[in-house]
Design a protein. Structure first.
Length: 437
């Protein structure tokens, strides 16, 4: 990075120096052309004075670095400078007025011609291109060394400034490299420059997400180890009982217990996997247009056989469409867990009503039953993992309510649990944001 910066600085310096040199060259060219023009014009203005005397011969050797001139009267040379020839004019007296560039006596010249037709006078002022180069070289010598000195000074200053600016990043990198891999605590902001604060904040946010992910994995492992022991032990006990019993009712009952244990274990694994997905994908993007009414119809159709088996009445009241800002799979998870809990914890012959109501901006899902309901103490603990109401014969692990609570937390849904005045049992109301789709 530093090498690239120094190379860029050197390239910028060369471009700048070239532009400055090009500008100086053109400005100096115009300045010297203006001097020739002023000299010729001044000579014409002095045409009524005696002709200028030639310079002494000892000054002629300096003529290459000076302006030389010739003055003609009706084509006859009446005055010249020491560096101008008597015999050969720089240009014919009848040359066009203005600037000319030509070769004279083997040298390149820049000449300006001025005419005064009223008096028949012509003035020529010129200088060699070599003399101009001499002036330009002198200018470059005067300004070149400061430019040459500025480059290393700029490089040293830039190196120091970049090193000082990157020092906090270097310190931060050493601090992060020295951390224990399991340490996910936030990096402190004390002494961190304001330019680096956004980077540290983003790093801390990453640590928080990683810690949440690891906590979810640890929680899932603990949940699985805690809850799977019970159905597996029950299946083992029923299988052992079946082995010891002869063919008959006891044998059939033991095998039925094995099947029930397998069903419970399968349901438990499904819930654990669903809960693990929720923990891992809490920030996943949401599909913008899922129909809660359609999802509810499909889920209740799946649960209808279980309700019929216990002679329970399962009803749904919903509009044709109720689009909400949620994912279809998560909506199905929500409806299934709430309705399944109502079916399990309500007695035989109970009534379970599922109601969906769409209002501007929100959609509500209500699941009410005619069961015994819950006391205030049990309501306060509702949603804790593996919490189940004591004294209830329904099988379950308490994960259904954990899934509902986790869904509500991750998606910003509002969940209210109370007693339904119509049916007398438990009522759960979930408020979801309406989708524009």
């Amino acid at each position: 990075m530093l090498t690239f910066w120094l190379a860029s600085l050197a390239g910028l310096w060369l471009v700048s120096a070239g532009l400055v040199g090009w500008g100086v060259y053109h400005e100096l060219k115009e300045l010297l052309d203006d001097r020739l023009e002023d000299t010729a014009t001044l000579l014409l203005a002095q045409s009524d004075s005696p002709p200028p005397a030639p310079r002494p011969a000892r000054e002629a050797e300096e003529a290459d670095a000076r302006v030389v001139y010739q003055v003609y009267q009706d084509g006859r040379l009446i005055g010249r400078s020491g560096g101008a020839s008597d015999a050969q004019p720089l240009l014919p007296p009848n040359a066009a007025a203005g600037h000319h560039t030509l070769t004279h006596h083997g040298e390149r010249w820049r000449i300006y011609v001025a005419h005064d037709p009223a008096r028949g006078r012509t003035a020529l002022a010129g200088e060699t291109i070599a003399a101009r180069r001499h002036v330009l070289n002198a200018v470059w010598a005067g300004m070149g060394w400061p430019l040459a000195l500025a480059l290393p000074l700029l490089a040293l200053l830039g190196h120091w400034a970049i090193g000082r600016a990157l020092s906090p990043l270097h310190t931060l990198s050493l601090h992060v490299a020295a951390r224990d891999p399991a340490a996910l605590r936030p990096v402190g902001l004390d002494g961190v420059p304001s330019e680096v604060v956004p980077l540290v904040q983003a790093l801390n946010a990453l640590f928080a997400r990683v810690e949440a992910t690891l906590a979810g994995e640890r929680r899932f492992t603990a949940d699985a180890a805690h809850e799977l022991r019970t159905p597996i032990a029950a299946i083992r006990a029923q299988a052992q009982a079946a082995l010891t019993q002869p063919q008959g009712d006891a044998h059939t009952h033991a095998l039925a217990g094995v099947l029930q244990g397998c069903d419970r274990a399968a349901r438990l694994v499904t819930q654990l996997l669903a809960l693990a997905r929720l923990d891992a994908q809490a920030q996943a993007p949401v599909a913008p247009a899922a129909c809660l009414a359609t999802v509810a119809r499909l889920v209740l159709a799946e649960l209808a056989p279980a309700a019929l088996a216990r002679q329970q009445e399962l009803g749904l009241e919903a509009p044709a469409h109720a689009h909400v800002a949620a994912d279809e799979a998560q909506l199905a998870m929500l409806v299934r867990n709430l309705t399944d809990n109502a079916l399990r914890y309500s007695p035989e012959g109970a009534r379970i009503e599922v109601t969906i109501a769409a209002t501007p901006g929100t959609t509500t899902l209500t699941v009410a039953d005619s069961g015994p309901g819950l006391g205030d103490a049990d309501l306060a603990r509702l949603g804790e993992r593996f919490f189940r109401v004591l004294g209830h014969e329904a099988s379950g692990s308490g994960l259904g309510w954990s899934i509902v609570r986790r869904l509500a937390e991750s998606r910003g849904w509002q969940v209210v649990v109370d007693r339904t005045p119509q049916l007398g049992g438990l009522r759960v109301t979930v408020t979801l944001a309406t989708s524009g789709g």
